[in-house]
Design a protein around this ligand. Structure first.
Ligand SMILES: NCc1[nH]cc(CCC(=O)O)c1CC(=O)O
Length: 321
């Protein structure tokens, strides 16, 4: 049986999709081919926060599944909207990798070492707000583009796909450690930002393998491979994070950070909602013991309610949500 695995065409997407396809095929029962699909997020060039609409990177992949142009789609979980996609199912969430955001700065500098006025690039309102909160003296610059394009804007960084120094106008950029690792770019990381400084996006570092509901239930080699590939602890954590995001009615570009972890048998969820200028941050934490999926959903909703009661809605609406 050959499965068609849908992917965005970016280097990061093809790398992570290939990893997933290889893992599904490792049992020997499946072969695979990649189907490259262009998404709105790859075509449109404006600032990501303004393109708006959730799912700019994922909607086309979901359509391809529903149109039977592929059998499995691989998403970065943090790009996947929280709403239910009729007829589709997240059949596997593989073991999550590093959840943290990474600073890639010139001259090996850490966040604390960047000089006042240093220009730090990010396209994410969540990262921008937390950067400004930690270092109000930095100049946070809105940037877009793929990982190598972003790295290429940092003074003095050189690498495979970067044109040395050509558009280097920044002192640092902030990117997901997971994406850098998948692309083999960790040599440019000068600091892995602790979640106490920079809470990652809900689902960051995790992948979602989506398929048609009927195929997940079919008892086929594909259904079995997907079930084997699912990691219960990763799924539990991202379930809590995404439940929080859904209850806040915030999208993937909202200034919301969330991280759940199982610590000594307890599921702990931490979250932050930021005002867009980073002048106000609302932090919260809730936990539940011996959690299953239902408890994880309830945990996320409970923390969201607590934050909303403290004015999270107003904070976010300053961002135009
Ligand atoms: N929004 C783009 C995106 N989607 C997933 C990743 C990185 C990999 C991950 O977090 O799983 C990235 C790049 C980045 O934020 O630096």
């Amino acid at each position: 049986m050959t499965i068609r695995v849908g992917t965005r065409a970016s280097a990061l997407a093809v790398t992570q999709t290939t990893t997933v396809a290889e893992a599904l095929a490792a049992g020997g029962a499946l072969e695979y081919e990649l189907v490259r699909i262009k998404t709105e997020g790859d075509v449109l060039k404006g600032p990501l926060a303004q393109i708006g609409g959730t799912g700019v990177f994922t909607a086309a992949l979901r359509e391809a599944l529903l149109d039977d142009r592929c059998d499995v789609a691989v998403h970065s979980l943090k790009d996947l909207p929280t709403g239910v996609a009729e007829g589709l199912q997240i059949a596997a969430i593989p073991v999550r990798v590093d959840v943290r955001d990474a600073l890639c700065a010139r001259d090996g500098l850490t966040l604390a070492e960047l000089p006042a006025g240093a220009r730090v690039g990010t396209g994410s309102p969540r990262r921008a707000a937390q950067l400004r909160a930690a270092r109000p003296d930095l100049d946070v610059v809105d940037i877009r583009g793929n990982v190598d394009t972003r790295l290429g804007r940092v003074k003095g960084l050189t690498g495979e796909a970067m044109v040395e120094g050509k558009h280097a106008d920044l002192d640092a950029v902030v990117l997901a450690a997971a994406g850098l690792a998948r692309l083999g770019r960790t040599q440019h990381v000068t600091e892995l930002l602790d979640p106490s400084v920079m809470l990652p996006a809900p689902g960051q570092g995790a992948l979602a393998v989506e398929c048609r509901v009927a195929d997940a239930a079919a008892g086929t080699a594909l259904a079995g491979a997907l079930a084997d590939y699912d990691d219960a602890e990763s799924r539990l954590a991202v379930t809590a994070e995404r439940s929080l995001l859904a209850r806040l009615e915030a999208g993937c570009s909202a200034p919301v950070g969330a991280l759940a972890r199982v610590e000594a048998g307890t599921l702990v969820l931490r979250a932050v909602v930021c005002s867009p200028d980073g002048s106000r941050l609302l932090h919260g934490e809730q936990q539940v013991q011996a959690a299953g999926a239902e408890e994880a959903v309830a945990l996320g909703a409970r923390l969201a309610e607590e934050l909303l009661a403290q004015g999270a809605g107003d904070l976010m609406s300053q961002a135009g949500h």
